[in-house]
Every structure is written in C-alpha cells, then in structure tokens.
Design a binder for this molecule. Structure first.
Ligand code: SAM
Length: 247
C-alpha cells in the first residue's frame, strides 16, 4: 500500500526526495524488521509513527501491525493521503502529541528524532502516550561514527551540513540515554550490514545545503564512487542505532 503522492513534496533537508527515502528505508529494512519483531509488531493494535514523511515506513507498519496506524508529521503537506480504516494521518508536533496518556502500544521513530529539537521532548511525549506494556522503537544514524575509506571528506561535510540544517548528526548515540531518562529500559543494537558505496549516498548528501566547496567535493566523490562501481575500493558506512525501549 502506498500512502503518499510523488508530487506532494519539495526538496527539504529534513525530508529526502521520495526515491531516496525509499532507498534509505530499504537499506534499513532488515534492521527495522528485527526491531519491529522485537517490539511485537504483529500483536500491536494501536501504532504511532512520529515523523512519517513520505509514508514509506508507515505502509510497512500498516501491513505488519494487527490494528490501526497513526501517521503523524509536523508538516501537513506530507499527509495528502485520506484516512483509511486502519491508517490515520495526523498533522502535529512530536513534542506535543494531541493524544491522551497511554493511547498507543507502539511508537516508532526512524530518521526523525535527529530533526527534533529538543529530541528529549519528543521521547518524553512518546513515553507518555505509551501503554504500560508498550514499546518505543527508534532507528537513527550516527554520522560521527561514519566510516570512510579512503577519506573523501564526506564525513566532515555531512556533519557540517546536517548541523547547519538544524539536525543532530549524533542522534544515534544519544538514543539509549534519552529513552532511559524518559523512564524506559532501552535495548540497544548497532546496525546495519554495510553495503558497497553507492552514488545514491551522494544524492542524499547533495540534498543538504552545502557550500560551493562542499558541493564540488561531493561531486568529486561521486565520480570516484562511480568509477569504483561494484567493488569495495571505497568503503562508506553510516552506522545506525536501533533502540527498542519498554517500561
Ligand atoms: C527524514 S524524514 C523521515 C521520514 C520517515 N520517518 C522515513 O524514515 O522515511 C523526517 C520527518 O520528520 C518530520 N518532523 C520534523 N520535525 C518534526 C516534529 N517536531 N514533529 C513531527 N514530525 C517532525 C519532518 O517533517 C519529516 O517528514
């Protein structure tokens, strides 16, 4: 099931183009799937996704959950799909959820907490709306731990561009502390299996506001990556942290 339309969005730093968001969701699929199984997705009757963006993860949640999925985003423009039986779009701020305490049995964040300032408020709100037996799943990157071999300068560009865009590029490593401080017990995993460097990584990077020099550097890196196609000559890996936290 698709829950969004291609024409509905313009490029923004906090929301990659739909094809890139799909690619990213694909890279993270195995890890997300493991986390969702651990969070007993198949038994969950009321699921909230905070920062649903194009709705790619939403569609997966809707397929796998037993009941209703609420797809929430601060930007009403990303919610063009109508409410369906088991899928309800809501435009709201993750820091002020318009739901009663203990409304959901699973709350999911993917690539979203890094864009919310302060993220602790969104985690506290997610915890408030969780039922006692509920689970919070968060899957966020840690660009500070990015591996780049040989050094193409991409890590520093990414860190700088994300910070200038208002994101926290180190969100991954903060998830355990944030969930613990909200009163939850986090189970923490590093992810995911690295793949060969691909120029789509550069597409993601060049959607961020780069300086002229950074853009030139990124395009130079693209050529090197494309020349190394289908080999491990270039190793690029952004680790993600997966946290499944319960009461
Ligand atoms: C990088 S996208 C992630 C989309 C989706 N979770 C995914 O992985 O494909 C981040 C999303 O978070 C949303 N967002 C940013 N700040 C938010 C907030 N305070 N409350 C709710 N959503 C927010 C943005 O509008 C954007 O759609």
């Amino acid at each position: 099931m698709r829950v969004c339309r291609r024409w509905s969005l313009i490029s923004r730093p906090d929301l990659p183009a739909e094809n890139l968001s799909e690619k990213l969701a694909d890279w993270l699929r195995a890890t997300r799937s493991r986390g969702l199984r651990r969070a007993s997705i198949g038994l969950r009757e009321c699921v909230l996704e905070v920062g649903c963006g194009h709705g790619i993860v939403t569609a997966e949640l809707a397929r796998r959950a037993r009941g209703t999925v609420v797809a929430l985003d601060i930007d009403p423009g990303v919610l063009p799909f109508p409410a369906m039986d088991d899928l309800i779009p809501v435009a709201a701020d993750g820091r002020q959820l318009p739901f009663a305490d203990e409304s959901f049995d699973l709350v999911v964040f993917q690539n979203t907490l890094m864009w919310i300032d302060p993220a602790a408020e969104a985690v506290a709100e997610a915890t408030r709306v969780l039922r006692p037996a509920g689970a919070l799943l968060a899957l966020e990157p840690d660009y500070g731990a990015m591996i780049e071999e040989p050094d193409l300068g991409l890590r520093n560009t990414w860190l700088d561009a994300l910070e200038r865009s208002g994101a926290d590029p180190l969100m991954g490593r903060k998830l355990p502390r944030l969930t613990e401080e909200a009163g939850l017990r986090p189970r923490v995993e590093f992810t995911h299996v690295p793949g060969r460097a691909h120029s789509e990584a550069i597409d993601l990077l060049t959607e961020l506001p780069l300086t002229v020099l950074q853009r030139e550097g990124a395009e130079g890196a693209r050529e090197i990556i494309e020349r190394a196609a289908d080999s491990w000559a270039i190793f690029l890996h952004v680790p993600y942290l997966l946290v499944v936290a319960t009461h």
